[in-house]
Design a protein around this ligand. Structure first.
Ligand SMILES: [Zn+2]
Length: 251
């Protein structure tokens, strides 16, 4: 059974209990890391997963709290003996910056490095990112400070749908990605530039007809986020939960 595991739930400033937002979509043959914060090797281990089992990595956008773990993840995978290739998906600009970042580390000089395939996703609505026999992932541009994508994951065999907003202001692109989704994972960093409040996330969930809302990417270091649930419930009648590190959704 596929599973979505929250490896981090915080906005850009993490806390002891909440790492920066990133997650794992775990299937039978594919383990897809969604964003690459801090050091995913540590988070994956703590979640009981082999870091070498990651087959694919989707980078939503090139902000440090979503990509700064990439050099450590790649280097540690190499040092742990990885031989299998990995696919890294992102928009052109994201993938290009990821390449540049690795170049700054002179990674081309690291001997016997495993193959890394960068895959550019066109900046289009509902672009296919990855399709396996278990799930189908599509991406649409959302509205953040820099180019960014939200995701819709369909599980055809199970008739289930999961959507993830990534960082964005309230966006019709997310409403469409989350159309009648069983789970919408929406950021709730607050109504600041490029972001969404919990109340607005509730509105998006309502408009999308989503069945359940998870709030993620919320403020943690100096703030008790539990009140965000009630804020989201002002506009959304379904269940609302705070995404918590290492909790998971069984699809
Ligand atoms: Zn961001």
């Amino acid at each position: 059974m596929p599973r979505l595991i929250f490896l981090g739930s915080s906005n850009a400033v993490p806390s002891e209990e909440h790492d920066n937002t990133h997650m794992l979509l775990s299937g039978e043959q594919h383990n897809v890391l969604i964003d690459c914060s801090s050091n995913p090797v540590v988070r994956l281990r703590r979640a009981g997963l082999n870091p070498l089992s990651i087959t694919d990595l989707i980078l939503t956008h090139f902000h440090p709290d979503h990509v700064s773990g990439l050099p450590m993840f790649l280097m540690d995978s190499w040092l742990l003996g990885r031989k299998e290739p990995i696919n890294i998906y992102g928009l052109d600009t994201t993938v290009e910056k990821a390449r540049q970042m690795m170049k700054l580390y002179d990674w081309q000089t690291w001997p016997n490095f495993f193959p890394v395939h960068f895959v550019s996703i066109p900046l289009m609505v509902k672009t296919l990112v990855l399709e396996t026999n278990e799930f189908r992932i599509v991406a649409s541009p959302v509205a953040h400070m820099i180019p960014n994508i939200g995701l819709r994951v369909e599980f055809p065999g199970l008739g289930k749908v999961l959507a993830y907003s990534s960082d964005t202001i309230p966006s019709t692109a997310v409403t469409e990605l989350a159309h009648r989704a069983d789970w919408l994972i929406h950021e709730a960093a607050g109504a600041a530039v490029g972001h969404t409040s919990a109340e607005q996330a509730g509105e998006v969930a309502h408009q999308a007809g989503a069945k359940k809302l998870y709030l993620i990417h919320y403020q943690t270091w100096n703030f008790d986020p539990s009140s965000l649930v009630q804020e989201a419930q002002r506009h959304f009648a379904g269940p609302v939960q705070l995404a918590m590190d290492f909790e998971y959704i069984d699809i």
